[in-house]
Design a protein around this ligand. Structure first.
Ligand SMILES: [Zn+2]
Length: 453
């Protein structure tokens, strides 16, 4: 375990375990978690300055953390603890930061954060997400289409395995730009003929409401997968009615990739327990089943930039220790995570706020973007330092190019961004229309309310 940066576990054995885990008992899954956790903690202590420092400060040694229960001794890391630290302090030594794939996130907090993973770690996280889609009904020969923003390609993130598999007709995937009009998106879907479409619930609900059901039915999808933001019961209904197929929700974040996926038998979400340890805490204490708390995660697949007891900022309702369907995964009953509005602009154009690209700006400590009117978007920013004219222009210009000259984009520098009156914080909000205004999750959803198949 010492020194070498890549060989903390073999990717092959990880994939093998991953495929077996849905069929093993709970104890075996927990044993796997404990074993991975010990390796992760040992590695982080030896190789990552940030964790070495907090362990030393709390007089902890790696051997104090043997099981998931022992994790409680490790201090929780919030976004602001890691945000702004030099890269060298949060990635393992021996790892060259420039070789890592970067992903930027603001989660539900409005605090930008950059996550870094190796190529292999990216693929492993992706494999866990694919396992979830498979359990929801995706077959190896199916075409899968993501309706999402077009990510700028990173040289480190080459897709060689993906291309090889696609040559053999396995795991064929494509991305359709979510920024297009619903008509254009549906035309692209008709060209590609996927079996499964995956995308933001807001975007898919909009398509379902705009395009005739007949045209959507002729796509002959098997199911629609939603993710990336909160799926309200109304959105679920709209997508289900429009596409005439079941809707299966997955819960992910930039930091951890897949956190949980919907159980087709119970409607709860299976936590991805072999990919990460999920704690649901209120004031640092684990909540009981059926209670709400904040997600704190420990990634068992990320060794280049470990995340141990990282506070994600999403609020969820804790479910059972192991899913009543018989799979060994613990469950999340419901997710009150990211309520992200897309912005409807003049000319009925739509911009999903993730496309604004504002989270990769290094001088931003915290932000909130609000569409105040059809032609006006305001971004409130708590900066690390007062930005120079060039820094400000680098933030504003791409947004202005994206939204066009008929929309005014204004940045306000503030010292604090207040929460909503109900204590929630919404990073991206539209005052024109929102699927989330006045929406409250019931504490308990009707378990067994649906059984899609
Ligand atoms: Zn289940």
């Amino acid at each position: 375990m010492k020194g070498t940066s890549m060989s903390h576990f073999s990717p092959v054995s990880t994939l093998y375990s991953m495929l077996r885990h849905p069929h093993v008992g709970r104890e075996q899954l927990v044993a796997f978690q404990n074993e991975r956790l010990r390796r992760l903690v040992e590695h982080a202590y030896r190789n990552v300055a940030y964790y070495r420092e907090i362990f030393d400060r709390h007089r902890l040694k790696p051997h104090d953390i043997k099981t998931v229960q022992d994790l409680a001794a490790v201090p929780i890391t919030s976004r602001s603890d890691m945000q702004g630290l030099p890269v060298e302090e949060v990635v393992a030594r021996h790892v060259k930061p420039q070789c890592l794939i970067t992903r930027a996130s603001s989660g539900s907090t409005g605090r930008p954060f950059i996550v870094r993973r190796t190529w292999m770690e990216e693929r492993l996280h992706g494999a866990f997400a694919l396992r979830a889609l498979r359990s929801l009904g995706l077959r190896a020969s199916d075409k899968l289409c993501y309706v999402m923003g077009l990510r700028s390609h990173q040289r480190q993130d080459h897709q060689i395995v993906q291309r090889m598999l696609a040559t053999f007709g396995i795991a064929r995937q494509m991305v359709v730009n979510a920024l297009q009009s619903p008509e254009e998106i549906v035309r692209a879907l008709h060209r590609f003929r996927p079996a499964v479409v995956s995308g933001y619930p807001g975007v898919l609900a909009r398509i379902a409401q705009t395009i005739s059901s007949e045209e959507l039915r002729s796509l002959r999808l098997r199911f629609v997968n939603t993710g990336g933001e909160v799926l309200t019961p109304l959105m679920r209904q709209q997508i289900q009615d429009g596409f005439s197929v079941p809707v299966c929700d997955t819960y992910g974040s930039i930091e951890f990739h897949l956190l949980a996926w919907e159980c087709r038998a119970t409607g709860e979400y299976h936590s991805c327990d072999d990919g990460l340890i999920t704690e649901v805490l209120r004031d640092g204490i684990p909540v009981a089943e059926g209670e709400r708390g904040e997600i704190v995660g420990t990634d068992l697949l990320s060794f280049a930039m470990p995340l141990i007891r990282y506070q994600l900022g999403d609020v969820v309702t804790k479910g059972s220790q192991a899913c009543p369907c018989g799979q060994p995964f613990s469950t999340i009953r419901s997710i009150q995570g990211r309520m992200i509005d897309y912005f409807v602009l003049p000319g009925n154009r739509v911009v999903h706020p993730y496309e604004l690209g504002v989270i990769r700006v290094p001088w931003i400590r915290e932000f909130q973007v609000t569409q105040e009117g059809l032609d006006s978007i305001v971004m409130r920013v708590v900066p690390f330092h007062r930005p120079s004219t060039q820094e400000m222009a680098a933030l504003v210009q791409p947004v202005v190019e994206l939204v066009g000259p008929d929309v005014q984009f204004r940045v306000e520098l503030v010292s604090e961004i207040p929460m909503d009156a109900n204590g929630k914080f919404r990073v991206y909000r539209s005052r024109i229309r929102s699927a989330y205004d006045g929406f409250e999750w019931p504490d308990h959803r009707d378990v067994g309310r649906k059984n899609t198949g």
